[in-house]
Design a protein around this ligand. Structure first.
Ligand code: GUN
Length: 266
């Protein structure tokens, strides 16, 4: 099933679930940066919330806000009984300690899944494994190769895919991996997750298993002004997720799923 079709189905299901709830879930999105990619993500998240019948509020703060004032806002949201879940859009301005902000969010309202004690899966990794599972991808014993060790994608995905229930053999590659090793691991990979943020991380010069699956997390603005993934298009594998219209949509639907869970768990 294509990602667009999968997401449309999940949205319909969430819409029905919310319609049957005593109260609409409420999401707050805190944005304190001037990042154009963030602005586009936030717009998408607001649109999704409206489509499934949830309330969503955008709290736009100045990028010059102090860490202390941002933490105060987080605390207000933690204590606001009308708010079921909220996220602080990343990246945060340089003068703010991202880790401190993540840990300030009440884990029960942490629908991004970023808190160390959160009960929610982080949205991008969750979207990826749920989508693959819905497409009958058999995880157990498969060789999963993840490119990129970010805190919001690569590292949590390595943890999830190696956990009981998924049982993949996980290899996490990064900027210090040699070309020779990268080519070796890719050639043996059943599942390849490209999450580096650079065009051309995967190209036709590498050897792939013909039934390999490539999940492309990259969203890069090319010199042509268009959006490109980390992988070059049309690699010789069984499935390669598109960019745009790929993993970004999965991340967004996971946020809505976490929001519905947060509201139910309250
Ligand atoms: N920046 C890029 N992806 C994400 C995400 O999933 N959540 C938040 N809060 N910020 C992001």
């Amino acid at each position: 099933m294509e990602i667009k079709e999968y997401v449309a189905l999940r949205k319909e299901e969430l819409k029905k679930e919310i319609a049957a709830m005593a109260r609409k879930p409420k999401l707050v999105i805190v944005k304190a940066n001037e990042n154009p990619a963030s602005a586009s993500y936030v717009k998408g998240k607001m649109k999704d919330a409206a489509e499934i019948g949830a309330d969503a509020e955008l709290l736009e703060l100045s990028s010059s806000i102090s860490e202390e004032d941002l933490l105060k806002k987080v605390d207000e949201l933690n204590n606001d009984p009308t708010v079921d879940g909220f996220i602080v859009q990343l990246p945060l301005p340089r003068h703010i300690d991202e880790e401190k902000v993540k840990l300030a969010v009440n884990p029960k309202k942490d629908v991004d899944g970023f808190h160390a004690l959160t009960t929610f899966l982080p949205c991008t990794p969750k979207g990826i494994v749920d989508y693959l599972a819905a497409n009958d991808f058999k995880f157990a014993g498969k060789n999963a190769v993840i490119l990129g060790r970010s805190n919001i994608v690569g590292k949590p995905l390595a943890r999830i895919l190696s956990s009981k229930g998924y049982d993949c053999n996980v290899t996490l590659l990064h900027s210090r991996t040699s070309e020779e090793d990268k080519a070796f691991y890719l050639a043996h990979a059943d599942l390849i997750i490209a999450a580096v943020g650079k065009i051309g991380v995967l190209d036709a010069s590498y050897k792939y298993k013909e039934d390999a699956v490539i999940v492309d997390v990259g969203i890069n603005r090319g010199e042509d002004g268009l959006l490109h993934g980390d992988a070059l298009p049309n690699l010789p594998v069984r499935l390669q997720t598109p960019v745009p219209g790929g993993v970004g949509l999965l991340t967004r639907i996971s946020l809505m799923e976490n929001l519905v869970l947060a509201t139910k768990n309250k």
